[in-house]
Design a protein around this ligand. Structure first.
Ligand SMILES: [Zn+2]
Length: 217
């Protein structure tokens, strides 16, 4: 029997977000994934399908998974990075997760990998991140290694998120950005803010532009 589609309103918003990110060059081809919690008890996550061009993604193609990653609705195949979305939702209590493969995040993730990440400070745009009230805030964006088996790598990501509760996102080396929010509105805002800041730092270029290494506590 064919599976029921994911909840309509969430599916429409996820598909529209994916198409908008494709249009901005942040999720070209079938790259990137977007998800939103459709139910908490039991956990249900609506997520973009694997292998579908984000520029043409339709709401009907959004799939729904349970807390173990098992598909419970929708006809597409869940993303290969489903395990990371579930990890962020659990570790952060997030209501939505955005993952992009922008040129600038890919470039900066490689440039900053040796230092474990990059710090961003002194920029007004930082105030778009939840809980940040001043441009003097120092935002730490860790870089983790890329992996093709996120089921296996997810526990390490979960540990990092537990150990660094102030994070708003992280980069995967040579791959892209993950960020999240309490709902889709906040996740989208964090995505726009972080993509702006990442592009700014990457365009500045040079060793001075990116302060590497974890911040002193
Ligand atoms: Zn990816």
């Amino acid at each position: 029997m064919p599976m029921a589609p994911a909840p309509k309103e969430i599916a429409e918003r996820l598909a529209a977000l994916a198409r908008a990110c494709h249009a901005r060059g942040w999720a070209l081809g079938s790259s990137g994934n977007f998800s939103a919690v459709a139910g908490r008890d039991p956990l249900r996550l609506a997520i973009t399908p694997s292998g579908v061009d984000k520029g043409r993604l339709a709401a009907a193609e959004i799939v729904e998974i349970d807390g173990t990653g098992r598909q419970v609705a929708g006809s597409g195949r869940p993303s290969a990075e489903t395990a990371l979305h579930l990890t962020v939702v659990r570790a952060r209590g997030a209501g939505a997760v955005c993952h992009t493969h922008s040129l600038w995040s890919t470039l900066l993730s490689e440039r900053c990998a040796a230092g474990g990440g990059l710090a961003i400070e002194g920029l007004e745009m930082l105030k778009g991140l939840s809980g940040v009230a001043s441009h003097r805030h120092r935002e730490w964006l860790p870089v983790i290694d890329n992996d093709q088996d996120w089921e296996r790598a997810a526990p390490g990501v979960e540990r990092m998120l537990a150990e660094q509760p102030a994070l708003h996102g992280f980069l995967i080396r040579g791959h892209g950005l993950y960020t999240w929010g309490r709902d889709l509105d906040e996740a989208q805002r964090h995505l726009e803010v972080l993509e702006f800041l990442i592009e700014l730092l990457a365009r500045r270029g040079g060793a001075d532009a990116v302060r590497e290494g974890p911040w002193p506590s």
